[in-house]
Design a protein around this ligand. Structure first.
Ligand code: GLA
Length: 384
């Protein structure tokens, strides 16, 4: 990829670029908890967005996106949301500039192998690779956490998704072989080794692109906020769902609208599952962890209502298969992937059977990816 990008950049812009990569992420457990000040457990993956970049003297953000075969150039004083891939780069540049960072014009080629719309955070990976690149080439001195927050702000203001911090955090802080237990309230985190040589993390892509996701995602967030607002009436010190014990919520079932109650019930239970799950992983208990993944899926499907027929089918089909420890939908929902923990020697068969079953049922070919947990965003040498 870098070799090709180098040639292409030299040819197009007649100068030598620097290269940056930022990965997508998986999340083992802790879904829709990040914007509720809860915990998440992501890991950076071996699929990345790559940026080749050099300064220009036209004061513009000039970008060629290979995956879309599109070229867009806008003066950096006139950047605004565009409704396509360019919006993520525009947003990052805009917010850096807006907060007083001395950024200037750049020529960029962007490419990558993070599937788009598959719930593996390709948009966060764009923001993180570009943010890291600007931070280094203009010597901005921002921390990785500050860059993650710029990425999140970009999603909020340039893409209209009121997302949490998980994806951007994971892309920038990933460490090979490790998951990250992030406290989304304090932003403190701990690396938890994912050392199960007998198991693989396998994603099955439903190929349903989560287009509904952004509106529904924002609705879920509002419902959680509504739950907090109503529960504050009974427990004034509550600031987020994180602060409400499950038994307290249950006492007030009748005081909350049914859907708000269910959303809150899911989030509070999911936070508890995550804490339990981290202990199980530390004890090497992957079977126990897998059971929690099934519970998460139930919750996401029945209480949080962010699954779909295809994802439910994929989990149902995975569950009874030999060598499968756990399975659930992953990410925002309404499409994208399921995440499965599968015994290494059963992976090939799992892939074959899942593809056949899915094709038979939905007349669509799902993609299957066997993931590695890798390093987070980084600069890459041009000879790599
Ligand atoms: C998307 C968002 C994240 C998180 C997940 C659900 O990936 O970007 O912030 O909320 O959905 O866990």
């Amino acid at each position: 990829m870098i070799f090709y990008l180098n040639q292409q950049f030299n040819h197009l812009f007649n100068k030598q670029p620097l290269f940056y990569a930022a990965p997508g992420r998986v999340n083992l457990i802790g879904e829709h908890t990040d914007y509720n000040e809860g915990f998440v457990l992501p890991g950076a993956i071996d699929k990345c967005i790559y940026v080749a970049i050099a300064k220009n003297d036209r004061n513009s953000l000039n970008v060629l996106a290979n995956q879309f075969n599109e070229h867009i150039e806008v003066k950096i004083d006139g950047l605004k949301p565009t409704g396509n891939w360019y919006t993520y780069l525009a947003g990052v540049m805009y917010h850096l500039k807006n907060q007083g960072s001395p950024v200037g014009g750049v020529d960029v080629i962007i490419d990558g192998d993070v599937p788009v719309g598959a719930g593996m955070s390709s948009s966060a990976a764009i923001c993180c690779s570009f943010g890291l690149a600007l931070n280094e080439i203009f010597c901005l001195g921002l921390t990785r956490m500050e860059l993650a927050l710029i990425g999140q702000k970009t999603e909020h203001t340039f893409a209209g998704v009121q997302c949490g911090i998980m994806d951007q955090f994971a892309s920038l802080h990933g460490k090979a072989g490790n998951l990250m237990k992030l406290d989304c309230r304090s932003l403190e985190y701990e690396y938890i080794p994912f050392h199960f040589p007998d198991y693989k993390i396998v994603l099955v892509n439903s190929m349903v692109s989560h287009s509904l996701a952004s509106t529904e995602y924002n609705v879920r967030r509002q419902q959680c906020e509504e739950g907090v607002r109503l529960m504050k009436g009974f427990l004034p010190s509550v600031k987020s769902l994180r602060d409400i014990p499950l038994n307290e919520l249950k006492k007030h079932r009748v005081d909350l609208p049914q859907d708000v109650y269910l959303r809150c019930h899911y989030v509070i239970s999911e936070n508890e599952r995550l804490l339990k799950g981290c202990e199980l992983l530390k004890q090497g208990n992957i079977q126990g962890f897998g059971q929690l993944m099934y519970e998460t899926h139930e919750g996401l499907s029945k209480e949080y209502s962010v699954s779909c027929e295809e994802l439910d089918f994929l989990v149902q089909e995975a569950k009874p298969r030999e060598g499968v420890a756990g399975a659930r939908m992953m990410g925002g929902g309404f499409g994208g992937c399921t995440i499965n923990l599968v015994k290494a020697d059963k992976t090939e068969n799992f892939e074959k059977v899942m593809k056949a079953k899915y094709r038979q049922r939905f007349k669509k070919n799902p993609e299957v990816y066997v993931m590695q947990i890798e390093e987070g965003a980084r600069r890459i040498a041009s000879n790599q």
